[in-house]
Each structure stands twice: as structure tokens, then as C-alpha cells.
Design a protein around this ligand. Structure first.
Ligand SMILES: Cc1cc2nc3c(=O)[nH]c(=O)nc-3n(C[C@H](O)[C@H](O)[C@H](O)COP(=O)(O)OP(=O)(O)OC[C@H]3O[C@@H](n4cnc5c(N)ncnc54)[C@H](O)[C@@H]3O)c2cc1C
Ligand code: SF4
Ligand code: SF4
Ligand code: SF4
Length: 437
């Protein structure tokens, strides 16, 4: 759907704003509504339950509904595959394994450093003047921050995955002066938001985005996860930041690490990323696009490949558009990245899309339809045959519904602890039943 600039002031037919999205727990926290608002009436704020959500300044809001229309939590203003299988298993033009050639970028990058290597390549050859990336500031906030980077040093400050909410697109409300082409690294919900903006207000966004680099995404944790992580460990020293997967040796997957303000750090041998699923926003359960199919090219870990390959420190790469193909080709020719062949099936298999993502999304969809609650606009999921759900899954979703609306932070902590306890017990019961079966 494409609308013209003069239509922007038209009131949305249902007179909705993003408040509706937040109330219906369909907000991803992507931040797209902030640059979409023509009245600058929106900002992103943290809720008591630790989610990043838009707040409307009622004095400025003119009720135009533009924020709602641009919202990537409910709308997709671009064609999506009509078949269920293709929706979950995209068909990229090309797929590769790859890594950065620069040794420092390769060793510090999360998987193979391809995201940082491509951004550095685009900046160096002046194809873009800025790159929109995400830093974990070393000020103890434990909240990732969007940054417009212009140099290799700034890019290296932002390497690594932050498995945490990130209102990246809110930064687009204040584009830097002298911008001449922007490359963005974003999760699927960020990239969907940017595609919405491009469709809805083409004159404003034409020529701004030169390359959209996607990351694969299973889910993110809310901010409470970060705070809780430190609370559980009784950390007493001031913390500067948490690194989700700190790599000591290039090629290894990396371990969670707490960096202290006094310069020391503590590597933790535990599954931190697994903990995040207890803190994920409800909306992640509706997200079909694990492989970021609306980006120009998307990057992931080399999940599912044999150890002798993954230990080299590599990315999986899915190329979706001619723009992505051209950039990757030139980066390889100019020696910024090294590419290796692999197959689409190997990537699908490694990401467990069919085994994990598809049943989860269908289960969420079924439950919400049953309760007559709104769902995001995805045609292929419209006529879905509902599937029976376990009592645990229904309880889990109901918990998340209530939890997202909690307005007292200590109550939020307590209920989360109960949920984590229940999940552990449930895991034990399943393992026990599995052994007996
Ligand atoms: C929340 C999240 C979930 C993920 N889920 C999967 C998955 O299920 N399967 C899989 O194979 N891979 C997943 N990844 C991708 C993987 O962890 C690597 O980020 C990816 O392979 C790129 O590696 P790299 O070495 O090229 O990145 P680097 O060169 O280290 O660069 C990483 C880039 O990612 C950006 N970034 C970091 N965190 C965020 C964030 N929260 N939001 C937006 N941008 C961010 C940084 O700005 C940086 O530019 C996920 C990443 C994130 C952030
Ligand atoms: S309704 Fe319009 S003015 Fe109000 S917050 Fe949304 S986009 Fe801004
Ligand atoms: S645009 Fe993003 S941040 Fe804004 S309401 Fe929608 S999902 Fe939430
Ligand atoms: S799972 Fe989807 S909605 Fe959740 S953070 Fe990832 S891309 Fe965004």
C-alpha cells in the first residue's frame, strides 16, 4: 500500500495511534513510530515491566494515525510470501558462509565480523557517509543505544550481538547533518519498520538508505532481564556493561561477560541467552521472519554446520536483493570479506525455523484468534487452521499479556522469578516424560 504525502494528515479510519499497539501487546519496541510522527509527539520510554515502548505527548499529537500505519508490530506495507512455507523459509537469491578479512574485525565480530566488515567497506569507499549501528554504552545503563558511526573505530566499538530490546529506528527521527547515504544493521522488526517508512513517505526517505543489513533473530530479552541477571549474581561492584558473547579466541561462540567499572571483567559459564526467552516481549512470539527476508542481505551464526567449519569464525549470509548482491560481490573483490559456498537447506536446517519458529508462531496465532485479539497483518497466516495448545503454552501467553501491563517494578521482578521457576519445573517434567516415552 502506498500513500501520498498529502494523505498523511488524514485520520486513520479507526482513529488509532500506537497506544492501541502497546495496549494489545503487539509492540516490538523497534522505534519506527518515532520518525513516522509528523508532529514529533513520540519518544521511547522504558515501562515498569522493562520494555521499551512509545509514549505520546498529548499536547503535540494531532491524531493523524501515521504512527499506527507505519508500525511494524501490526503492519507490513510490502509484499510477503503468500504460502506458509515460503513465509517461514525464505528463498534468498544467494547464500554463503563468510568472514571478514581484516583480522581485528574478524576476531572481535560476533560470528565472522561480516556486518562490521561490510559497513567499514561502505564507509571507506564513501558509498555511505554514516552507518546506523547499536552500541552497549560503558556507563552501566545496560541498555543498548543506536549510534550513527562514521569510522572503523566507532564500528569496532559496536561489534557484537546485544540480545536485548533496541529502539534502533527511533534514531531516524534525527538524521545527522551532512548525511549522504545511510547503511543500517537491524533485526527483522527494524527492517520491516524501515520498509514501511519507505512505502508510506517515499519522498522523505528516498535515497537515504543505501544498504539494509539484517541480522537473523529468534527473540530479544526485555531490559528487566539485564537488571535481573546482575541481581541474581549479587553483583556488588559498579558494572560498566554486559557483553552477551565475549570472544577470547576468534572463532569461538563467546561467553557472557560482566565488565566492571574498575576495568576487571568476569566471564560466566552459563547459558545467558537461554534466560532471555523468559523476558521476551509477547510480540516476538508472532514474528515469522527469523531470517530477515526484507533486508538487502542478512547475517546469522553458522548454526548447524560442522565444528571444523564453525570454529573458523563464520557468518551465514542470505542475500535477498540486487543491492545486497552487488555490495557483497564488490566487498569480496576488494578483499573486505571472504565467501564460501553453502546451500539454502543447510541454513534453514541450522536455524531450526520449521522445528521451532513455525509451530510457535502458529500456536500464538491460534490462541489470539480464539480470544478475538488483534494480530499483525500477515496474509499467509490469515486462514490458518488453529492447532491445539498445551496448557503451559496458554498460561505462558496469558502471563506475558498481564506482565507487559504491570505498572510496579518490584511486582514485575517477583512475577518473573515465579515464571522462571515454573519454566524450570516444566522443563524437568518434559525431560522426565521424554525419558519415559
Ligand atoms: C537479538 C539478536 C538475535 C539473534 N538471533 C539469531 C539467531 O536466532 N540465529 C542466528 O544465526 N543469528 C542470530 N543473531 C545474529 C548473530 O548473533 C550475529 O549478530 C550475526 O551473525 C552478525 O555477526 P557479525 O560477526 O557479522 O556481527 P558484528 O560484525 O559483530 O556486528 C554486529 C552488528 O550487529 C548490531 N547489533 C547488535 N545487537 C543489535 C540489536 N539488538 N539490534 C540491532 N542491531 C544490533 C551491531 O550494531 C553491529 O553492527 C541474532 C542477533 C541479535 C542481535
Ligand atoms: S497520531 Fe499522528 S501526531 Fe499523534 S503520535 Fe501518532 S503520528 Fe504523531
Ligand atoms: S512502530 Fe515499533 S515501537 Fe512503535 S508501536 Fe509499533 S512496534 Fe512499537
Ligand atoms: S523476534 Fe521479531 S519482533 Fe522479536 S526482536 Fe526479533 S525481529 Fe523483533
Amino acid at each position: 500500500m502506498r500513500i501520498m504525502n498529502d494523505e498523511i494528515s488524514r485520520v486513520d479510519s479507526a482513529n488509532r495511534t500506537v497506544s492501541f499497539v502497546v495496549d494489545q501487546r503487539l509492540c516490538t519496541g523497534c522505534g519506527t513510530c518515532v520518525p513516522a510522527c509528523p508532529s514529533k509527539a513520540l519518544s521511547m520510554e522504558e515501562t515498569s515491566a522493562g520494555f521499551c515502548r512509545p509514549r505520546i505527548d498529548e499536547q503535540r499529537c494531532v491524531g493523524c494515525g501515521m504512527c499506527y500505519r507505519a508500525c511494524s508490530g501490526v503492519h507490513h506495507h510490502f509484499p510477503l510470501p503468500e504460502h506458509l512455507d515460503e513465509l517461514f523459509l525464505p528463498r534468498p537469491r544467494r547464500v554463503f558462509l563468510g568472514r571478514a578479512c581484516d583480522p581485528e574485525i574478524h576476531s572481535r565480530g560476533q560470528s565472522g565480523g561480516v556486518a562490521t566488515a561490510l559497513l567499514n567497506f561502505l564507509l571507506e569507499r564513501k558509498s555511505v557517509s554514516h552507518a546506523l549501528v547499536t552500541s552497549m554504552p560503558a556507563n552501566g545503563s545496560l541498555r543498548p543505544q543506536p549510534v550513527f558511526a562514521t569510522s572503523r573505530e566507532q564500528l569496532l566499538e559496536c561489534v557484537g550481538s546485544k540480545y536485548c530490546m533496541n529502539p534502533l529506528n527511533a534514531a531516524l527521527a534525527g538524521l545527522p547533518e551532512g548525511l549522504d547515504g545511510l547503511a543500517v544493521v537491524g533485526l527483522p522488526c527494524h527492517i520491516h519498520g524501515i520498509r514501511n517508512l519507505q512505502q508510506l513517505v517515499p519522498r522523505r526517505w528516498d535515497g537515504v538508505f543505501r544498504c539494509l543489513i539484517g541480522l537473523f533473530c529468534l527473540q530479544v530479552g526485555g531490559y528487566l532481564c539485564m537488571d535481573n541477571f546482575l541481581r541474581l549474581r549479587n553483583v556488588s561492584k559498579p558494572v560498566s556493561r554486559v557483553v552477551f558473547r565475549k570472544k577470547i579466541i576468534a572463532g569461538e561462540p563467546g561467553e557472557p561477560c560482566i565488565e566492571y567499572a574498575d576495568g576487571t571483567c568476569q566471564i560466566l559459564k552459563e547459558d545467558f541467552v537461554g534466560l532471555f526467552s523468559a523476558f521476551a516481549p509477547l510480540r516476538c512470539g508472532f514474528c515469522f521472519d527469523q531470517m530477515n527476508q526484507m533486508s538487502d542481505l542478512a547475517l546469522g551464526d553458522p548454526n548447524g554446520f560442522p565444528d571444523e567449519i564453525t570454529s573458523k569464525g563464520l557468518n551465514t549470509i542470505a542475500v535477498y536483493t540486487p543491492v545486497g548482491e552487488k555490495i557483497l560481490e564488490s566487498a569480496e573483490q576488494q578483499g573486505a570479506v571472504k565467501l564460501f559456498d553453502c546451500s539454502r537447506e543447510q541454513i534453514w536446517q541450522g536455524q531450526l525455523v520449521i522445528q521451532a519458529r513455525k509451530p510457535r508462531v502458529i500456536s500464538h496465532w491460534s490462541r489470539w484468534k480464539e480470544l478475538h485479539r488483534p494480530v499483525p497483518d500477515v496474509g499467509a497466516l490469515e486462514n490458518l487452521r488453529p492447532i491445539p495448545q498445551s496448557r503451559f503454552s496458554r498460561m505462558n501467553m496469558e502471563f506475558m499479556w498481564r506482565f507487559e501491563g504491570v505498572s510496579d517494578r518490584s511486582k514485575a521482578y517477583r512475577s518473573l522469578m515465579r515464571r522462571i521457576w515454573l519454566r524450570k519445573r516444566w522443563g524437568k517434567v518434559r525431560r522426565y516424560l521424554g525419558r519415559r516415552g
